[in-house]
Ligand binder design. Structure first.
Ligand code: HEM
Length: 539
């Protein structure tokens, strides 16, 4: 009798013992994390520092997630920023987020203390991305980042000194020609302009542009709050794909991207030395580590594949958004359209507008720069993660907090008079607080707060500035842009608040009328078509 009973009892006893231990361990784990979470943003005892102001967490752990319209998170953050004087903190998905809209704090933290504020936080949709080598803008402060930033600097400055191989003028001409054929496709054509230049610079051909643009758009969507739910609640990443539907597109996109980038890299590499133009691929193969002549810059070929692919990707959406924004501004401000055009006509006469005219075109530069000030295309900024405790103005910024420099609020701070008004004169008029001389150099986009600052500042500023100048300038030189008309012949003014949902974006598609300025201008553009055929560069 005892023989059967005793072991069963011990088994049951040990099971309930194990269960109790498990429950206690879980409770301890949860208590530890709850306490850690509750005190995470408190200043150290006795430090005399204050906790940052900000909206209190109404939902434990999740924080202010419910305040966020995932499709327009910058709206809620701008409202809080106004309420808390340009500096506040709040909890989102268990993390402390600090939002800065004061220039001097951003400068002190990201430039003076850049060694503690230059890392990135992992993303729910891309766990561990900061530790790998895959996407330069998402990397933590690692050796991969240092190498890839060096490469970014090398290709952007090299291509600038060669005028980006003439690709900008070539693709701007092609844009104008295609605009005559299909004026209503101006949105798609803006993306094609950026995608084709990027594709040629990276791989020496424009053939894969459409695939590269598609990948870039999906990538940008997947790294923001409007993307997969895991970005707002990272803990969801542990659940399987069939429960969290946003996870599958991330995996599929990455698989397709790797195949695309690897194939393009290999094909381009085979062309090196065979009368092919310099490309990002050839630069990646030729790059050597600093002071170590024989050592390949990248750890392995896969890192080079990704470095090239990423440099190609980042130059698409970032520039296409500002182009469509410029068109929108010109529809809404025909007075500025005329002023810019008058300057272009005077400076360029019969020539195609190119980079060499830039110093004589301050009004054009001002009109472009004002677009990005008026409606920030990176409204939330790009987050950095704080590696150590930091303090400013008596406030405690806790280690591991995610720092955002809120560009949408910066663009509306007191340095800008009537900030909601599109007014390029703020850059051109000597009496304006934003004016800088000489006008042969200023206003310029480079150095504007939209590009971030410190060690993670955007390395593509020269390229962005150049691509925008050539396209926007020639668009006004050859075409006139007007609002579309309704059935009664009344203008339909596009709404500048209709905006894309992604972290880097621009206006949503709108209607407008884009026509050649005259028969002569139309003929000049048609002649450019013949030029492609002759040079056989039309792709
Ligand atoms: C108007 C166009 C553009 C805007 C508004 C813009 C804005 C930005 C911003 C805000 C950042 C993050 C800065 C920070 O973390 O503090 C960034 C990073 C970056 N940008 Fe741009 N960008 C533009 C165009 C470009 C172009 C054309 C390229 C490529 C040639 C480029 C390449 C990059 C790269 C590689 C990074 C990542 C740098 C890093 O994480 O260290 N960008 N950009």
């Amino acid at each position: 009798m005892f023989e059967g009973y005793l072991p069963i009892d011990i088994e049951r006893y040990s099971k309930s013992f194990a269960l109790s231990v498990g429950i206690i361990a879980l409770l301890l784990f949860l208590s530890y994390h709850s306490i850690k979470y509750l005190i995470s943003d408190l200043p150290p005892l006795g430090s005399g520092l204050k906790r940052l102001p900000g909206p209190t967490s109404t939902l434990p752990y999740l924080g202010r997630v419910h305040d966020l319209d995932r499709m327009r998170p910058w709206k809620a953050m701008k409202t809080f920023s106004d309420r808390y004087g340009g500096l506040f903190s709040c909890t989102l998905g268990g993390d402390t987020h600090i939002w800065i809209a004061r220039d001097h704090i951003a400068q002190d933290l990201l430039c003076k203390h850049s060694s503690i504020a230059s890392a990135r936080a992992d993303l729910g949709a891309y766990p561990e991305v900061t530790k790998g080598f895959r996407y330069l803008p998402l990397l933590g402060y690692t050796e991969h980042l240092v190498r890839q930033r060096r490469f970014a600097h090398l290709v952007t400055t090299r291509d600038l000194s060669r005028s980006f191989e003439g690709y900008m003028a070539l693709e701007a001409k092609r844009f104008l020609v295609e605009l005559i054929d299909s004026p209503q496709s101006f949105f798609d054509l803006a993306y094609m302009y950026c995608g084709r230049i990027s594709s040629r610079l990276a791989y020496g051909t424009d053939t894969p542009s459409a695939a590269l643009i598609k990948n870039a758009l999906e990538f940008i969507h997947q790294i923001g709050p409007s993307g997969p739910a895991t970005n707002l609640l990272p803990v969801l990443r542990f659940l399987p794909e069939w429960i969290i539907p946003g996870k599958r597109p991330v995996r599929l996109r990455q698989e397709a991207e790797e195949t695309l980038w690897k194939t393009l890299f290999e094909e381009t590499r085979k062309q090196i030395g065979v009368e092919s133009p310099p490309t990002y691929v050839s630069a990646s193969v030729e790059s050597r580590e600093h002071n170590k002549d024989d050592k390949f810059l990248f750890e392995n070929e896969m890192e080079a594949v990704y470095a090239v692919g990423m440099m190609c990707t980042v130059a698409i959406v970032t520039i296409a958004g500002p182009i469509t924004l410029f068109i929108l501004a010109m529809v809404l401000h025909p007075d500025w359209q005329e002023k810019v055009r008058a300057e272009i006509d005077q400076v360029t006469a019969d020539e195609f507008l190119d980079l060499e005219h830039s110093s004589q075109l301050p009004t054009l530069r001002g009109a472009i720069k004002e677009c990005l000030r008026w409606k920030s295309t990176v409204p939330l900024g790009v987050p950095h993660v704080l590696g150590e405790d930091y303090s400013y103005d008596g406030y405690h910024f806790p280690k591991n907090a995610i720092i955002h420099v809120l560009d949408i609020a910066m663009s509306r701070d007191s340095r800008y008079v009537d900030p909601d008004v599109y007014n390029p004169d703020r850059w051109l008029d000597e009496q304006s607080p934003n004016y800088k001389s000489p006008l042969t150099e200023h206003p310029r986009l480079k150095g504007h707060h939209i590009f971030g600052r410190g060690k993670r500042m955007c390395p593509g500023q020269d390229m962005a500035e150049a691509e925008l100048l050539v396209l926007c300038g020639n668009l006004l030189k050859f075409f006139v842009i007007k609002p579309a008309l309704d059935g009664m012949g009344e203008p339909i003014w596009p709404d500048p608040e209709r905006w894309t949902v992604d972290v880097i974006g621009g206006p949503l598609p709108f209607d407008c009328e884009i026509k050649p300025r005259s028969e002569a201008k139309q003929q000049a553009v048609m002649n450019m078509r013949a030029e492609f055929k002759k040079t056989n560069l039309s792709g």
